[in-house]
Design a protein around this ligand. Structure first.
Ligand code: ZN
Length: 128
């Protein structure tokens, strides 16, 4: 059975070149996240690795590399300043998503990951 949503993106290595292949049927925001994730692997100089574990036939996974790439993807797509501006209510979520080309999930993840929500809440509490 073909699952059109199953594949997001991957980096294919051809000697010293990295070629990003991605699923262009995903939303623009998801494609942006998928491609940026692959670029993050490149910026972090993660070495090529087999896509499948030959022993199990399952997808090979380096959790540390994926965590690093996920973190850098968020850093590249949503600045701390924008996460804080949204958390403070200075920029509407829809405006931020439109301006940055990111999904609601990515924006919320960055607001949480940067501590912007807690910071805005502290500021709000201390001004009363
Ligand atoms: Zn990855």
């Amino acid at each position: 059975m073909i699952e059109p949503d199953a594949f997001s993106a991957a980096t294919v290595f051809e000697r010293h070149k990295r070629i990003v292949v991605h699923n262009d049927t995903h939303s623009a925001a998801r494609q942006s996240s998928n491609v940026t994730h692959e670029l993050a692997h490149g910026l972090l100089l993660h070495p090529p690795a087999p896509a499948l574990d030959t022993a199990t036939g399952c997808r090979a996974w380096n959790a540390d590399h994926e965590d690093e790439a996920n973190w850098l993807t968020g850093e590249l797509l949503v600045t701390r300043e924008m996460a804080l501006a949204v958390a403070r209510g200075k920029v509407a979520r829809d405006d931020a998503m439109d301006r940055l080309g990111v999904s609601q999930q990515m924006l919320q993840w960055r607001i949480n990951a940067t501590g912007a929500a807690q910071r805005a809440a502290r500021e709000n509490g201390s001004s009363r």
